[in-house]
Design a protein around this ligand. Structure first.
Ligand SMILES: Cc1cc2nc3c(=O)[nH]c(=O)nc-3n(C[C@H](O)[C@H](O)[C@H](O)COP(=O)(O)OP(=O)(O)OC[C@H]3O[C@@H](n4cnc5c(N)ncnc54)[C@H](O)[C@@H]3O)c2cc1C
Length: 381
């Protein structure tokens, strides 16, 4: 297929300014905590551990933000993966509302932390069918009943729901910036360093080891590779996107998603259009841990650009990455072995809730209670 390198559209000048290259880990290291996975979730955990005064080693088999965290849609959506009324059915109203509040607070925090990389324009859920119009109305009713900001939308982009508190960000640049800050604050981070085994307070890598009191595994789509005991609960999917050259005018400045979230797109301020989704087509092929784009899905994404959005700008990037799903679409957040914590399986929406879990798992791992553990800890289901 035409594969412009499986490079995300986020690999632009903003991300290159934040670029840092870290060496692989060699030799034997000692730390209070080892964090495996340097995406948004692992970096949030590292930031919190550093704030708590802990010595941290963080490793990634690839590059910082090289997994889903630097290769996603860039949507900042409150809540967990489901729509609010569906999440209420799964979690109960009180827990769903409290979780939503935690993610809103996390977005505010992200906005303050990296203001130049975040835009809070709101998001649009657009109905593609009469059924989906009804579902949007159910979502709106539930959100308004629970005091969450949402309004009916009927405008140029279609009809559905507007959530004014949502937003978008530059996910790859943010990962790199968080990593740079963590290194400056004393964390020891290593790229190109795969965790081969976790055993008795020791993480083994191809050329060394980390002896530590706590291990945090934050690898989303690769959770079951490292922790096979999670294999029956998580399922890996490939998600794909493409980006175009700038197209004007900018008609979709805010994240838009349709067909129950199976299609999603937005434009960056310079006009570049990012489009993802269609995982529900060729569905069996997309339940895979392969993370390169496929001809079939890329064809559908391109058709969306040309026929649905009527944009004829050339395609500049095509990319894919792995994420993990759970049956109830609530994340994994638990101590899976003594002193080994796992977070991930955000069911395709992990930018915000992943950061919530990352910061909370850091506190939980050092024995502090956190509201997020109470609300999202997998043991409570
Ligand atoms: C195309 C696409 C679009 C998406 N769109 C959105 C969106 O718009 N909004 C949203 O909220 N979510 C979205 N998501 C989901 C979101 O990107 C993820 O849930 C989130 O980024 C997960 O972050 P993470 O840090 O937990 O995992 P990852 O970013 O996947 O990071 C895990 C890291 O672990 C490393 N790793 C794996 N195995 C090992 C090992 N053995 N040893 C060491 N390191 C290892 C990987 O190299 C990787 O860097 C999307 C995902 C994709 C793929």
């Amino acid at each position: 297929m035409t594969d412009p390198g499986n490079i995300p559209g986020w690999d632009d000048a903003d991300a290159r300014r934040e670029w840092l290259q870290l060496p692989p880990l060699r030799g034997d290291h000692v730390a209070d905590a080892c964090v495996i996975g340097l995406g948004g979730s692992g970096l949030a955990a590292i930031g919190e551990l550093v704030r708590l005064g802990r010595r941290v080693v963080g490793i990634d088999s690839g590059a910082i933000g090289g997994g889903a965290a630097g290769r996603n849609g860039g949507f900042l959506l409150a809540g967990t993966a489901g729509f609010h009324h569906d999440v209420v059915d799964v979690m109960g109203r009180e827990r769903a509302v409290a979780t939503y509040a935690l993610t809103l607070a996390e977005m505010d925090r992200m906005t303050v932390e990296t203001p130049d990389l975040v835009r809070r324009h709101g998001s649009l859920r657009l109905a593609a069918t009469p059924d989906e119009v009804d579902d949007c109305r159910r979502q709106l009713d539930a959100m308004q009943r629970d005091g969450l900001a949402a309004a009916w939308y009927d405008g140029d982009a279609g009809q559905g729901l507007r959530i004014p508190t949502d937003g978008a960000f530059q996910p790859l640049a943010r990962c790199r910036r968080l990593a740079g800050a963590a290194v400056r604050d004393g964390a020891a981070l290593f790229e190109g360093t795969r965790a081969v085994e976790i055993r008795g307070g020791c993480v083994t890598t191809p050329e060394g080891s980390i002896t530590c009191d706590r291990v945090i595994v934050a690898v989303d789509g690769r959770l079951a590779h490292i922790l096979p005991e999670l294999a029956s609960r998580v399922r890996v999917a490939r998600l794909q996107m493409l980006a175009t050259a700038p197209a004007h005018p900018v008609r979709w400045p805010q994240p838009c998603y349709s067909r129950y979230g199976y299609d999603y797109w937005h434009q960056l301020p310079d006009g570049r259009l990012l489009v993802g989704g269609y995982r529900d087509h060729h569905v069996q092929d997309e339940w895979t841990d392969t993370d390169t784009p496929s001809e079939a899905i890329q064809h559908l994404l391109e058709r969306h650009v040309r026929e649905r959005l009527h944009v004829d700008a050339p395609i500049t990037h095509r990319w894919a990455a792995s994420v993990a799903y759970t049956d109830d679409e609530l994340p994994v957040f638990e101590e899976v072995r003594e002193h080994v914590w796992a977070i991930g399986a955000y069911s395709g929406t992990g930018n915000v809730v992943g950061a919530v879990c990352g910061r909370a798992v850091a506190r939980a791992a050092v024995g502090e209670s956190t509201p997020a553990l109470e609300l999202l800890g997998s043991g409570r289901r």
